[in-house]
Design a protein around this ligand. Structure first.
Ligand code: SF4
Ligand code: SF4
Length: 103
């Protein structure tokens, strides 16, 4: 999710579609609370809520497709930042939530 520009603020689909996993050390570096993490391999953790379907990141607030925000926006991790508005992963997540392509 990218909160600037604003279309992400009325979407949130990527935060409710993919497993958001990353190297455990990134969690330490970003000061993330252990309670929001699930271990998925010896070296990888993911955000709680994204480890199984239906996916919804524990840090996502609001209603997907309506009005959303990320509780830890400043601390969001590499996979969160890697989804670009309008890219393939974005469009795939939006489609899974019944939303069309962005204009
Ligand atoms: S799916 Fe695309 S538009 Fe929706 S929040 Fe993620 S990056 Fe933004
Ligand atoms: S941490 Fe924030 S940006 Fe990353 S998946 Fe969760 S709600 Fe989305």
């Amino acid at each position: 999710m990218n909160l600037d520009p604003s279309p992400c603020q009325s979407c949130g689909a990527c935060c409710a579609h993919y497993r958001v996993s990353f190297y455990w050390q990134e969690a330490v570096q970003r000061g993330l609370d252990e309670g929001m993490l699930v271990q998925v391999s010896p070296w990888q953790v993911c955000f709680r809520g994204t480890e199984a379907k239906p996916v919804r990141c524990v840090n996502l607030e609001g209603e997907v497709g309506s009005c959303v925000s990320c509780r830890i926006y400043e601390q969001r991790t590499t996979p969160c930042r890697s989804v670009e508005m309008g890219d393939e992963k974005c469009l795939q997540a939006r489609a899974a939530h019944g939303m069309g392509a962005l204009e």
